[in-house]
Unconditional design. Structure first.
Length: 285
């Protein structure tokens, strides 16, 4: 218990430092630092419902600092886009359970000809929500497979939309414009779009036409601005200068996926997870 309390205090102090830096990265910042949200996110991030593997990844993904930077509050309506293996959902669900609302916008598993991994992720999510109801019972599920299905909720109903490492897929598929416009539509006036994305040149893998997973900040900012958003702040919370971004298998060469030869695994473990932009956009009043 003592070690956990010390860990939370350290996370809290680090988060404040990162948040202050991030808030001054762009002009006219507008976010309030709430001790309560730091504490509740830190507790959820270290919670017993999370695997040791996911807890270990806190050091790469900085959930306390990132969610504080985006302005998360416990009474918000939050839409998490494409929650994947639920890494962030595990944190958001308990924080929002009692006062707020969390909407998981997941792949529509009923669509024909969808990639098998998308159906698998959705079915695994639904099974986990059912089997771990003490954590996920209040999470609402909606369907999001752009450009075909984008049911995020009523117009002007959300306070915060979050998308973590998804934008490269929409850009590659040609559906990014529709996706970002749907975020704008579901948000209330003054609402926030929080984007974390692998950061690098917009290019394919060295010897194939497959996407590398990286996008430039300019590309993501242009997508958001074309949808109607205003960039409010940037942060280097999730930066990684060790990431050289030139791998044969793209960003998936790095942890946690670690595609490629086991002989090179230690090299990529030393690099850590990808260099990531962390951008905060606002829907104008």
């Amino acid at each position: 218990m003592i070690n956990r309390c010390l860990s939370i205090l350290c996370l809290k102090a680090i988060a404040i430092g990162f948040l202050v830096v991030g808030l001054f990265a762009c002009s006219e910042p507008s976010a309030e630092i709430s001790d309560g949200i730091f504490e509740s996110v830190a507790l959820a991030a270290e919670g017993g419902h999370r695997s040791e593997e996911n807890i270990t990844r806190n050091s790469y993904r900085h959930p306390v600092e990132t969610l504080a930077f985006f302005g998360l509050q416990p009474d918000m309506t939050v839409v998490e886009i494409s929650p994947g293996t639920l890494w962030y959902t595990e944190i958001l669900a308990p924080v929002l359970k009692h006062k707020g609302r969390l909407v998981a916008a997941a792949y529509d598993a009923s669509l024909p000809n969808m990639p098998p991994y998308q159906a698998r992720l959705t079915n695994q999510m639904l099974e986990r929500f059912k089997s771990e109801s003490s954590i996920f019972s209040e999470v609402q599920v909606t369907k999001f497979t752009p450009p075909d299905i984008m049911q995020l909720g009523d117009d002007n109903s959300a306070d915060l939309v979050l998308t973590f490492r998804n934008s490269h897929g929409w850009v590659h598929a040609g559906s990014a414009g529709q996706a970002y416009k749907s975020f704008f539509t579901v948000l209330k006036a003054g609402g926030v779009l929080g984007v974390v994305q692998h950061r690098g040149e917009n290019r394919l893998r060295p010897s194939s036409n497959k996407m590398s997973g990286y996008l430039s900040e300019a590309t993501v900012i242009a997508l958001a601005e074309e949808a109607g958003f205003v960039l409010e702040a940037k942060s280097e919370i999730n930066a990684n200068p060790k990431d050289t971004k030139d791998y044969e298998r793209g960003v998936w060469t790095l942890p946690p996926v670690l595609q490629g030869s086991p002989l090179t695994r230690n090299r990529y473990l030393q690099i850590g997870e990808s260099d990531r932009m962390t951008l905060k956009f606002r829907k104008p009043l």
